[in-house]
Design a protein around this ligand. Structure first.
Ligand code: SIN
Length: 281
């Protein structure tokens, strides 16, 4: 199958053209897609028409399905692997998780094995006067690492930050059982991508509550400085969604945030799947 990989022109991201995800993908074509994913951090396919089982099967080619606390509350009927991300309320009930991911983050960084990546399939996209709303922004933590002064790289390389599940204000309040299931973990501040070997900054405000071997005040200042550096405009790609987009990001090289510039009656309905990853090194 002939595919075209068209970089966005930003620090990350590429559109993959010439693929119909509703049809079987041979291994060679899948290999090309996987290489583009590793290289560009974010890839997307426009104009797709896939069923929930097809999304799950495509996700599984990248790794085993990872479940999170949202899926326990808002999964697709018959496909518990898919979380519904949506602002829509029907009969007084939210059909999905609302306001998910409005602050910069990398998914499930508070776990010992954060997921390799996440896939979002756009069912309904809000708009106003024909202008799409509800974009998602992505920042390249790899480009951010490359742009650090050498002295700062040496200062932080080999250090570990503490990631605390309770640090971030979430779209829903977790239960005590969920908090107990997710005790604080440590990860390297400079992660190495398992496939490309590229170094990536792995630091976020709120999720990171300290740096091992560093006084709290100094750690707080350094976490804030690094987190702000990652999301500078030079490292960002902003995706303007269309219904039928299937987009996936890499949770090692990329941080993301959802822009909440819409509200009912503007409807946004997305199906999210997540695939398992490795312990960060
Ligand atoms: C998320 O952080 O998974 C949500 C992203 C989005 O809805 O754009």
């Amino acid at each position: 199958m002939a595919i075209d990989i068209v970089p966005t022109g930003a620090a990350l991201g590429a559109e993959i053209r010439g693929i119909n995800l509703a049809e079987p993908l041979d291994d060679a074509t899948f290999g090309e897609i996987e290489r583009a994913y590793d290289e560009h951090g974010v890839i997307f396919f426009r104009d797709q028409h896939i069923s929930p089982p097809q999304q799950v099967a495509f996700t599984r080619r990248f790794g085993e399905i990872e479940y999170n606390i949202f899926g326990e509350r808002w999964s697709v009927t018959g496909s518990p692997e898919i979380v519904v991300v949506s602002n829509v309320v029907e009969n007084g009930k939210s059909i999905g998780v609302k306001r998910a991911g409005e602050n910069w983050h990398s998914d499930m960084c508070y776990t010992t094995r954060p997921p390799r990546g996440t896939m979002l399939y756009a069912h309904e996209i809000p708009d106003l006067y024909g202008l799409a709303l509800g974009d998602t922004e992505f920042a390249s933590a790899a480009a951010a690492w490359d742009a650090l002064p050498e002295a700062l790289r040496q200062r932080i390389d080999g250090r570990h930050a503490i990631f605390d599940f309770t640090g971030r204000k979430r779209a829903l309040t977790p239960t005590q059982v969920e908090i107990d299931r997710n005790p604080p973990v440590r990860h390297p501040i400079a992660r190495t991508h398992p496939h490309t070997g590229r170094k990536c900054l792995y630091v976020m405000r709120d999720d990171c509550t300290g740096i091992e071997g560093m006084e709290a005040d100094e750690a707080e200042g350094l976490i804030a400085a690094l987190a702000d550096h990652i999301v500078k405009p030079a490292f960002i790609y902003r995706h303007q969604w269309r219904a039928g987009d299937l987009l996936m990001w890499d949770n090692c090289t990329v941080q993301h945030r959802a822009i909440q510039d819409y509200d009912m009656p503007q409807r946004r309905v997305m199906h999210r799947t997540t695939m398992g990853g490795a312990v960060p090194v």
